[in-house]
Design a protein around this ligand. Sequence first.
Ligand code: NAD
Ligand code: TDX
Length: 335
Amino acid sequence: MIIINILVTGGAGFIGSNFIFYIFKKHPDYRIVCMDSLTYAGNLNTLKPLLEKENFRFTKTDITDREEVFKIFEEENFDVVVNFAAESHVDRSIRNPSVFLKTNIIGTQVLLDATNEFKIKRYHQVSTDEVYGDLPLDRPDLFFTESTPLHASSPYSASKASADLLCQAYCRTFKTPVTISRCSNNYGPYQFPEKLIPLMFVNASNDKPLPVYGEGANVRDWLYVDDHCKAIDMIIHNGTIGEVYNIGGHNEKNNLTVVKTILKTLGKGEDLITYVTDRPGHDMRYAIDPQKIKDELGWYPETDFETGIRMTLQWYKDNEQWWQEILDGSYQNQN
Ligand code: NAD
Ligand code: TDX
């Protein structure tokens, strides 16, 4: 498909910003409009190098604001919508589910309606492996495939699963040209320091305790963020309308292993590890079977965990100002 103008929602967050950088590197002539309401997770500092670019526009807009969203769709002639905008942190969804339902479900509906109204050629929904629930630790032979039933555990994953169902319903009923991707845990630059890897980096750097939930035995399937971006780029260009694509690189690690790797890389002692009360409903294991996207689109991950975690920790070392301004709250001044 020929693409000229892309709407990226949630592009001031972790994966969305990496996706914008990825697209500009791969397709420098494309135009990107980033729509983001700049919640606590959005950070305009991340996009600063792009703000003066001719083929980039940032709009501070809430995806649940139907009038504003439709206005921007009217102004721009989008070829593709890629929806990253979401409340994304499981622990926050346990404390305050309402905003997750509003942004993740109603926001998706508004974007789907705008896609129909303005006859956009492709709507891509960035979903998550968490919609499948979890797998047991004693069955390493099991993986999530695209036909695994949805079985969400947290208000976050339930809201993402609801959005996926809406996308599929719109595709069938209104012929909305939808694709969906479900990716495993991402890591890399610009991830907000409430998520496991950047939180542990920041705490270890400050010699503060590293809070490991339960026994640290839960397994996540880690993927370097650029490999996720590469997969979405392939799907929006060559994916089949109506299809779901799982994305993951067979990189399963338990949390304790990840935390110990971070400590070792930073030259810090394991005495910083503190076992804390477990997350309620904590999913045990995520593991993606990526065979479909490999077979159909030729996708494969390029960065193994050892390389990716080294690059990521180096990035956080080299960009202390970026995360210090989050810790002291000043990043929100320009938001
Ligand atoms: P993030 O929390 O870092 O960023 C979310 C962005 O969305 C922020 O910039 C925020 O300001 C914006 N946003 C939130 N509510 C909004 C609203 N109502 N209107 C407009 N913008 C709004 O999240 P992330 O980790 O980059 O995740 C991006 C997407 O990828 C999410 O949909 C998430 O479910 C999905 N995902 C994340 C991971 C992961 O490991 N982080 C894995 C798989 C899928
Ligand atoms: O302080 C912590 N201690 C801890 O042990 C935190 C923040 C997390 N954990 C554990 C919980 C998880 O087993 O580490 C694991 C990873 O936790 P998060 O970084 O919160 O990620 P997770 O809950 O796995 O969800 C992430 O991946 C899927 C993203 O936040 C989601 O947006 C994405 O859909």
